[in-house]
Design a protein around this ligand. Structure first.
Ligand SMILES: C[S@@+](CC[C@H](N)C(=O)[O-])C[C@H]1O[C@@H](n2cnc3c(N)ncnc32)[C@H](O)[C@@H]1O
Length: 337
């Protein structure tokens, strides 16, 4: 199997989709090579499982093992020369999906060319749009075409079913599941490892982490929020190692593999009268004592806050996310030195 995969990122106009993909890949292979061929298209060479990335990600729209990268004008010749039998069996059911980022209207034509080429090489292969065993994925960008294949099926992530209003316990500070999943992924924590959300509120981050098999601990200073988070997790048949009614500035935990959190600020999420910058600085001192070297602390904060000295952490990224006219949030990603 080829070590080269390509990914189509979702169309959000910020740095988050690319950062999320890099973080997920690095979680499993920190030597992987990234080649950005378009602002939404990245080719990655490395030893990691394609389906794990597709399953975990919030901001990846499609991904596949790379078969070929060619100029659009050579597409037909290239497609007809592909040995589909190298990665598909003769009786396979398949579909072809071409994503078009250019202004030309050729997705349908390209899908038909792929379909005919497969049938010519594998006469017993059947087209199945509903439940194909193999999907041939094409991405058209500029003058280029990328072609690949995947057997990944579970494309629906159920974001709507987990939106704040769909959960039994609602609070206006609750994060949307897609955004919460992005934070989990930026934390570089793997399945079976332990992630802490020290300001867990309604549990949005804990839910998304649990869904991908990460162990979680949540902390909130208000008992009502702790109970709410427990109920929300239960609603999705998920569990946490603990939801602790405690102060994040005096952490009752010795070691975690990463932190992802959304700091209290504004009217919605009480910060108990403490200014968010002071709270963040005190919190980072605590975080420093429980995160091992090389691991990550990811947090969301208002854009008005600027971090000063970070002696024990290295700044790995800052991603600006527009919420509404008066609110832009920053996701800061730190790595312990
Ligand atoms: C922005 S909200 C978190 C929202 C959460 N991410 C969600 O999706 O529901 C911040 C939370 O921090 C809690 N909090 C405030 N000060 C705290 C402290 N010192 N220790 C722990 N939790 C605190 C608040 O009760 C609030 O639930």
């Amino acid at each position: 199997m080829t070590d080269k995969k390509f990914f189509l990122l979702s169309g959000e106009r910020n740095t988050l989709p690319q950062a999320e993909l890099r973080a997920i890949v690095e979680t499993y292979d920190n030597k992987a090579n990234f080649k950005v061929v378009d602002k939404r298209v990245i080719i990655v060479e490395g030893r990691f499982d394609l389906n794990t990335v597709l399953k975990r990600s919030a901001y990846v729209s499609a991904g596949a093992y790379l078969i070929s990268h060619c100029k659009l004008k050579d597409a037909e010749k290239t497609i007809n020369a592909i040995n589909f039998d190298e990665f598909m069996s003769d009786h396979v059911s398949f579909s072809a999906s071409v994503f078009n980022l250019s202004d030309t209207h050729i997705s349908g034509k390209m899908e038909a060319i792929i379909g005919s080429a497969v049938k010519r090489k594998l006469p017993n292969a059947k087209v199945s749009l509903k439940d194909p065993e193999t999907m041939i994925i094409g991405i058209i960008f500029g003058d280029d075409l990328l072609l690949g294949f995947t057997d990944y099926k579970n494309r629906k992530k159920g974001w709507r079913l987990r939106r704040p209003r769909a959960r039994p316990f609602f609070h206006p500070s609750a994060l949307y599941p897609k955004f919460a999943r992005g934070l989990v992924n930026l934390s570089h924590v793997k399945e079976g490892e332990l992630l802490l959300d020290p300001f867990c509120g309604t549990g949005s981050i804990l839910i998304e982490a649990s869904l991908i098999g990460i162990n979680t601990i949540g902390i909130d200073i208000f008992m009502k929020m702790c109970r709410g988070a427990i109920n929300n997790l239960k609603h999705y048949m998920l569990d946490s190692l603990g939801i602790l009614n405690s102060d994040a500035l005096v952490l009752p935990i010795k070691k975690v593999n990463g932190i992802a959190t959304d700091l209290p600020y504004g009217r919605c999420a009480s910060s108990r009268g403490i200014n968010t910058l002071n709270l963040l600085q005190d919190f980072l001192l605590e975080a420093n004592s429980i995160i091992p070297k090389g691991r990550y602390c990811v947090f969301v904060h208002p854009s008005t806050i600027r971090l000063n000295d970070l002696d024990t952490f290295e700044l790995k990224g800052m991603h600006e996310v527009y919420v509404h006219r008066n609110l832009t949030r920053i996701i800061t990603v730190l790595r312990k030195i």
